[in-house]
Design a protein around this ligand. Sequence first.
Ligand code: RB5
Length: 148
Amino acid sequence: MRVAVGADHGGFPLKADIVELLKKLGHEVTDVGAHEYDAADDYPDFALAAAKAVASGNADRAVILCGSGVGASVAANKVRGVRAAVCHDLYSAAQGVEHDDMNALCLGARIIEGELALALVTAFMGAKFSGEERHARRLKKVLDEEAG
Ligand code: RB5
């Protein structure tokens, strides 16, 4: 899959390991930055860039990092077509895709340690939307609301 990865200074310490993992798993990575640590950078710049890569069709999924994962998800969910969530447990990282068609995983690098982050990304990338009627029906309600 094509995956956009973005991180502000809060998420920056985890980003390189996640990019490496995604490549090892056979995915094509677009790193939307930050490309160097800058304590004054702003999470929306990277969250929106990663989310827009998904919305435009240039990426299939995004992994977005900030300190808590919260700002990243709040920003990413403003982009039409993006379904982002903070998932710090393996069940949600996979089930969010299977049931809710989540296409952006947000992680808080100040909350979780590296091994868990890699396991979460692996679970997220390995999951597929179920397509089951009840999941499709619920997703359609979300999409209808988004369409206005
Ligand atoms: C940056 O200091 C921090 O506020 C940001 O990374 C994130 O945690 C916001 O949700």
